[in-house]
Structure formats: C-alpha cells, structure tokens
Design a binder for this molecule. Structure first.
Ligand code: UFG
Length: 336
C-alpha cells in the first residue's frame, strides 16, 4: 500500500482528494495546521471512507517540524495543497503569503530530497495565465505578470519546483486548477468559507440560504455574450480525481519529463449569469442579485483547453455545472 502525504488535507480540495485516495487504496497521512479548516473534517472523511487517515497538526513554516515528520514517516509521494489562497488578503499581507506559501514548499522539497521521496504533486492555478490572449487556454499560453502576491506564489512555486526537479530525483506535476466548486455527494465535506465568501459559489449558496441578503454580480459590461465574466467551473470531485491519475503517472514512471503541468478544468466557460440561471434551475430557489461595478483585478474570461490532460492523463471532468451547483447547495443546507 503506497503511503501518500497530503498537506492541507483537511481543506476544500485536500479533503476531497483524501477521500478519493483512500477509495483507491492509498494509505493517507494528512498534515494540516487548521488555519483554514476544522478538525471535524477528519471525522467526516472517516465516515465517508470508513478509514481514519493519520493526522498531524504541523505548521509547514516550521522547518524542524517538517524535518521531524519526514524522519518519522516514510512516504511514497506528496500532494501539496497547504497554502493561503485569498487573492484580496494576499494584497494586504504579502509577507505572510510569501512566507506561508513559499517557505513551506521549500522545506517540503528539501526534506523530500533528504529522505529520497521523489513524487510530488503541486496545487497550481489558472491565475498564472492572467487574462490569456487566446481562449481556451493551453498549457503553452504565456505566464503573465501576477496580479496579486497569491498569484505570484503559484508562479514562483512552479519555478522552484522546476528548478529543483532539474538537479534532483524529484518528479513533479503542477496541476493548474480553474474554478473548483461543489461538494462530495455525501454532503459531509465541502467548501467552508470563513467570514464573508469572496468566491462566487459560496456567495450564491449563502444568499439562497438567507445568510446573505443579496449577491452582487461584479460587472455586466465585459466583452462576453451576456456582459458578465466567464470562468471554467470544475466539480471538486473531478478535480480530486485528477490528482490520483497524476500521482499514478509519477508512481508508475509514466511522466515524460521531470516537471509537467496540466490544466485541470472542464473546458467549458460559463458566465456569472449562467451560473445563477443554472443554480435557480436545479434548486428551484430564486436568487436575489443585483449587478454592480466590476471587481478590481478580475479578468474577462478564462477556460481551459484540457486536451493535454485528457490525452496524457486519461482524465476528463465528468460533472456538469448543474450537478456541481446542486452538490454545493446540498452541502450548504447541511451548514444551517
Ligand atoms: N463574482 C461575482 N460576485 C461575487 C463573487 C464573484 O460576481 O460575489 C464573479 C467574479 O467577478 C468572477 C466570477 O464570479 O467573474 C468568479 O469569481 P470567484 O471569486 O469565484 O473566482 P475567481 O475566478 O475570481 O478566482 C479563482 C480562485 C482564485 C484564483 C483565480 C484565478 O478563487 O484562487 O480563480 O483566476 F486565483
């Protein structure tokens, strides 16, 4: 049984990936410092899979704690989710973001080298493309200057991993996620935004649940068919499964170079108004919303060309926007 370390394994994408790993027979160890998650997620994972993953409350910014973990635990691979991810907050707290997202990555890679752990999956983001010149976005699209310290940590993170893979035995895959949404079908795990949600779907579900009065649609004057911005919304379970196939690719030595990147999205773009329509249709709930000004830093449109992920990983997103939104709503209802 292969042992896999999942950092940030109690977070939104991490927890769904832990479930898929356990379902596929991997032995999972979780590191999470609970900075943006809660410990009860561990029990929820256990109740879904009937296996309790080993859990370590370790802050990856502590080099000695990371050293200690690797000395005590032999693992076959690492999937690294643990990171701060709020774009706006990163502008306010750049040093915290660089410290948290970059130091932890460096310490992990150093200890992987020391302990001869060679398989590494990294959570990257379509944010590295900024507003791409061509749609859909391929992996070869140029990397644009980052709009935020958060985005920069993903770009720098990829560079650090690429440089490390050149001089070590580490094989790495960076998955560039588009917009992950939805929740596990059991409605036991999902996205837990702390405070006022910054992302569209949690704001939509909280508005429908009566927690928020009104959804603000940021801008209707974009150069898109209905004037609202377009994104590629991918069901988090599909996204979680992409990690399993990427991990197997490394474990089975099927990677074509020591550092590979894949877009992980559905390949389909939907506007904010389409999301609202889809949500209203599948839930039968009317959403209270109004159009307001654009949000600073937002791009017009981003959706993935997933040809390389489809062909190389043999992976394809299965869930529709309707299904993903319904799962997000089922999850929201459990939170009331
Ligand atoms: N939106 C609204 N109202 C809201 C929230 C969002 O209209 O209350 C709109 C945004 O303007 C955007 C779309 O809904 O057009 C999606 O917004 P999200 O905040 O959900 O997602 P983003 O595409 O802005 O951000 C996501 C990730 C980031 C990542 C970024 C990369 O959340 O971590 O993609 O492009 F950096």
């Amino acid at each position: 049984m292969k042992k896999i370390l999942v950092t940030g394994g109690l977070g939104f994408i991490g927890s769904h990936t832990v479930v898929e790993l356990q379902n596929e027979g991997f032995d999972v160890l979780i590191i999470d410092n609970l900075s943006n998650s809660t410990i009860d997620v561990l029990d929820k994972i256990t109740s879904i899979t009937t296996q309790k993953p080993k859990y370590f409350n370790i802050d990856l910014k502590s080099k000695s704690a990371v050293q200690h973990f690797f000395k005590e635990n032999k693992v076959d691979g690492v999937i690294h989710f643990a990171a701060s991810k709020a774009v706006g907050e990163s502008v306010e707290k750049p040093l915290e973001y660089y410290e948290n997202n970059i130091c932890s990555l460096i310490y992990l890679l150093q200890e992987m080298r020391t302990n001869k752990v060679v398989n590494f999956i990294f959570s990257s983001s379509c944010t590295v493309y900024g507003q791409a010149d061509e749609l859909p976005i391929t992996e070869n699209a140029p990397i644009k200057p980052a709009e935020s310290p958060y985005g920069n940590t993903k770009q720098i993170g990829e560079e650090i991993i690429k440089d490390t893979s050149k001089i070590s035995d580490i094989k790495a895959i960076a998955l560039r996620y588009f917009n992950p949404i939805g929740a596990h079908e059991s409605a036991k795990i999902g996205e837990l935004p702390i405070g006022v949600p910054q992302n569209l779907i949690p704001f939509v579900t909280q508005t429908a649940a009566g927690i928020r009065k009104e959804l603000a649609v940021f801008g209707s004057d974009y150069n898109t068919p209905d004037g609202t911005a377009i994104r590629d919304y991918i069901h988090v379970v599909d996204l979680a499964k992409a990690h399993i196939v990427a991990l197997r690719r490394l474990l089975e030595n099927n990677n074509k170079s020591f550092f590979e990147v894949f877009n992980i999205g559905t390949g389909k773009g939907n506007s904010v108004l389409e999301v609202i329509q889809s949500f209203e249709k599948v839930t039968g709930k009317k959403l209270n919303y109004k159009i307001v000004n654009r949000r600073e830093g937002d791009i017009t449109a981003a959706y993935a060309d997933t040809t390389i992920a489809n062909n190389e990983l043999g992976w394809k997103a299965k869930s529709t926007l309707d299904e993903a939104l319904l799962s997000a709503w089922k999850w929201q209802k459990t939170l009331k």
